[in-house]
Design a protein around this ligand. Sequence first.
Ligand SMILES: Nc1ncnc2c1ncn2[C@@H]1O[C@H](COP(=O)(O)OP(=O)(O)OP(=O)(O)O)[C@@H](O)[C@H]1O
Length: 242
Amino acid sequence: MADPLVRVMDAGKVIKKQTIVEHINLSIDPSSIVGLCGGNGAGKSTILRMIAGIIQPTSGEIYVNHLQWKKDRKRFAEHIGYMPDDYHFPQGLTAHELLSFWAALRRVPEVRVREVLRIVGLEEKRNIAVSTFSKGMRQRVLFAQAILAKPPLLIMDEPTNGLDPYWMNEFVKLLRNIKHEGHTVIFSTHQLEIAEEIADSVVFLNAGRSCGGGTLEQLRQNYGQYPLHAAFQQSLGFKAIL
Ligand SMILES: Nc1ncnc2c1ncn2[C@@H]1O[C@H](COP(=O)(O)OP(=O)(O)OP(=O)(O)O)[C@@H](O)[C@H]1O
């Protein structure tokens, strides 16, 4: 068995004396897709930002390919593509200009910019200001920037928000390709059916704590073909419905 690409060991985050997440443990194998599922405020974005190195845990340790952000920021960052759940796009910049800017920062050749624009179906809109784009189109720009440098680990916060059914389907196919090319993905979602379709395993979160999960294979054995709603409710002790 290959070593896990990501290890989150008893990680927690306290902000202004408030515990946001605690006792988070995750082990993510290379070439796998993990879904973080939970309701509003469960702590999904906080965990993803900690794994991405954007914020630091106040307790515990996080390793990506045996690297820690605090010890080797540059190499750590080279492993990661991060798609935020929200982004304030600068006024006036086109999709092509923005992606070229991000590509230059990461020393990614211009030819890759055209490639990602094509992958996310925005080649024809590349000269239009992103600030005028619809929510789904902006999501596709953010997805494009996350995959620009072909990172070993793709971290995506609510990636399917705002996508229409066509792009939802395309997104599922894109992620499967990314996995088959050997990349690893962790994403958050409220949409359990999306996690069911793409993820190899899921982690359920509630009030900043992991409250269950497992591989989709295990969960299907326990709960049938569409297991996540039942499994999630059971993990919450039937106290809440997503
Ligand atoms: N910088 C911060 N300062 C204070 N509270 C914060 C901060 N960041 C997150 N929180 C709080 O921590 C909790 C978890 O937030 P987080 O954004 O991680 O949840 P989430 O599961 O991603 O939620 P959603 O699905 O609504 O996006 C929320 O109650 C949020 O208000």
